[in-house]
Design a protein around this ligand. Sequence first.
Ligand SMILES: Nc1ncnc2c1ncn2[C@@H]1O[C@H](COP(=O)(O)OP(=O)(O)O)[C@@H](O)[C@H]1O
Ligand SMILES: [Mg+2]
Length: 365
Amino acid sequence: MYLKNISLLNFKNYEESSLEFSKKINCFVGNNGAGKTNVLDAVYYLSFCKSYFNPIDSQNIKHDTPFFVIEGVFVKDTKEDHVYCGLKKGQKKTFKKNKKEYERLADHIGSYPAVIISPADRDLITEGSDVRRKFLDSVISQSDKLYLDDLINYNKALSQRNALLKYFAANNTFDSGTLSIYNSQMVDLGNKIHQKRIGFVEKLQPIFDRYYKAISKGNEPVSLLYNSNLIDNNYAEQLETSLQRDMTLQYTTKGIHKDDLEFTIEGYPIKKMGSQGQQKSFLIALKLAQFDFIKELNGYKPLLLLDDIFDKLDESRVEEIIKLVNEHHFGQIFITDTHPERTENIIKRINEDYKLFTVEKGAVV
Ligand SMILES: Nc1ncnc2c1ncn2[C@@H]1O[C@H](COP(=O)(O)OP(=O)(O)O)[C@@H](O)[C@H]1O
Ligand SMILES: [Mg+2]
């Protein structure tokens, strides 16, 4: 699977640009702020229906213009699919495949999977559990269509239950019948999601471990610990026993919406105990493990988006990546770098077809 071309209209700092990609390696070089990462983000949009960097869709419209359009042609086996994403200010975003609009964006997710490695990944370590839950969800939903449906429905039931708790408090009332409807929906969906998250983390851990050792050249044990209220607990019972507390707080305190993925090194949180270098290796290993996970489940290679990756890696880590590329481990790759010479030197050592794009102030030359 690969992206054959892309065209951008009023996307971020691009007015109008059309690019034809190599099936293999595409490098974007240019100064800071030129628009290299924005191209990667446009590719990400076509895969995930959203930006990796800016969750507010409308802020991705070029300043002082009313809309953006991103279009691209994906090739899977020999079949070509035209994917369109358009957003007008103040309107709902439109997503189409071969001119037919999707009813739900969720139906598109996972069709053309991608994995991004970017400096922004550090949020996974430094920020709250919601960022890590999003990571879990975005990886699992790329290879499991039902997962996203269950998650959407769980979140619906959760917000209805929370609204009901608020209603009870505001009206000094209680209605166990309505509450039990939401409880049973949440228990049913929550348990399914929980099992899938367990399965995912179990599968990811050994791949992650292998990558970490290869990239860091270190032997320190690293792990991904899945933390959930539902572990060793019956979720239905938990909702019962936390009811008083939930009513006081007017919020559902137990469930998979509280899950976290803890990152540890030698048994300690990597956020506190990991060196800069260990944290970088950790994040890259995590993303490469994500790549292998999706590749295995979907049966084809996701796109790999490497944003400023050479800044983050020393010689030996770069060596490891080149080795993987030369072993044909990856499919199509998109790389950004501020140093054209560095990129060319690395690319020369890779025996694959490549294209080098020079980016200047929102234009590719
Ligand atoms: N909605 C927008 N409209 C116009 N410019 C934007 C918009 N969003 C981001 N930009 C600009 O894009 C530039 C950053 O592009 P980016 O791709 O991150 O650069 P780099 O080449 O360093 O990766 C910044 O100058 C930023 O102001
Ligand atoms: Mg950048």
